[in-house]
Design a binder for this molecule. Sequence first.
Ligand code: AGP
Length: 613
Amino acid sequence: MCGIVGYIGARNATPIILGGLKKLEYRGYDSAGIAVLENDKIELRREAGKLSRLTDAVQKSPLSGQIGIGHTRWATHGAPSQQNAHPHLGCTERVVVVHNGIVENFLELRDELSKNGAEFKSETDTETIVHLVEHYLATGLNLVEAAQATFEQIRGANVIVLMSADEPDKIVTARIGNAGGVVVGFGEGEMFAASDIPAILEHTRRVIFLESGQMGVVTQDGAEITTVEGKPVEVQARTIAWDPVSAEKGEFRHFMEKEIHEQVRSLTDTLAGRVDFDEGRIRLPQLNLTSEIAQKIEKIYIVACGTAAYAGMVGKYLIESVARIPVEVDIGSEFRYRDPIVNENTVVLAISQSGETADTLAAMEEGRSKGAILWSIVNAIGSQAMRISDGVIPMQTGPEIGVASTKAFTAPLVDLYLLAVLLADLRGTLDAAKRRQMVADLRLVPDLVGQVLERESDIEKVAHALKDIKGCLYLGRGINMPIAYEGALKLKEISYVHAEGYPAGEMKHGPIALIDEEMPVICLAPRDPWHEKMISQIQQAKARNSPVIAVATDGDEVIADMADHVLWIPPTPWMLSPVITVIPLQVLAYHIASLRGLDVDQPRNLAKSVTVE
Ligand code: AGP
């Protein structure tokens, strides 16, 4: 949710921390702050609003030192004001803390600390942490001991980074529960701590990830990892393959635009090494899927949130059609509250870009506690979802920075297709010719995506026609029904236009009452098994004077005659069509939001990874 960066080394910490925060701004942009130890004094700069305001403040009033921590905030407790911005200093002004998560017992802690004389200057739960550390320091403990005593006191899922002017040789960091990640980076004579890899990628690729319940004491020369109770833990640093350029915008105006265009590459990478085109077979080595496991699976629950859940809905179609296993798609925030029927023959399959979404992780834990096999399709390397899974299909997309997910939607669509074919192969539910055909079709995918992207200027023209709309319906049927949901979500999250995705057949049961000449309807009508039904749908919308925008297959004259605008896609095998039909909807949403002059990469009220319930 929030972004954290810590630095200790020989260089000036300020530009390193601000540069890292820039890479993490997607995690929250309600306020930003930095604390640096300068001449034995903790200097603080904090600003409400985006990071650029902090950068301006630092330019006007520079601060420099070799150790510091910074934060970019997505507000939970307390307004997004300067006073509530992190870092938070204690009363002695010798200890400073940044935090991501929620201290659930902060009210009772604050009362107790206030009674003992602590003066609170903000409305945040975070401030209790720094006062607690000071309280324990005053009893004679050193910083690490005081931090450990503090971690014991606080409830909830929290990531904490703190430092003290009195022990300037270290930064202390901890991860308690599922409040997002902590990555510790190893440089030459310098060390980093951050919420996510892109923050430090420019400086090092050698990292370790803290597990829940672990803490790190980070000095200039290395890090000592223990449990939060202080028990030593053996962790090997690993090298991340991502290159720093993948976390930059390059020639594009926005990360979202760049990430839309990266899909040709990311889908090529998704297939690489996993598809044997000669044999017509799929390999997913990190899934640890044996024929024995495949045979015993009785049910799959796909658990995910937002865009990832819509990818899961496409997965349901695929897995049920070809592997004949019943699949239910559950929203992460609901799964654990309905006592799902799970046993050791059930797979709980999580889909998550960040691998840190609290609701998805909670759903995985529910599955684990009931004995399920845990699988995940995850992008962020080293994330919690990846670590707790029995088997993983890592997305091959590289970092996704734009808050509106694009390439981390199409990659799992293809991953789910691969999984469906593999399961079907191992269970014997797909004849060899059909399997070979499904595998051969995969070869087309990157090129088909590229062909749609080449038509961007046509899509942009449609965006001009729609830029002032007040609302919009997206309709789809069959395997493209979830794409209606996804198209609507893309539009609403970056354009602030009310948009609803609907199964097209449901229109007549209510939503059709909304339709008039001011309500455009975007119809997913590629040549798939539901094509004729979508044509009737378009007729019904036209009969009520609604402007119709259709996503249709090249050469479809019927649709060309009926629709006001057509977003054309090349002919595509229908089981892969969601990967292609979603592309014009991503591009359309992007251009509508740009034409409305909105901040595409950082839409209001949102954050990239949602690490609170
Ligand atoms: C997508 O555009 C969203 N901003 C959001 O729905 C996202 O997909 C959801 O929060 C899940 O995130 P995850 O994939 O990191 O778990």
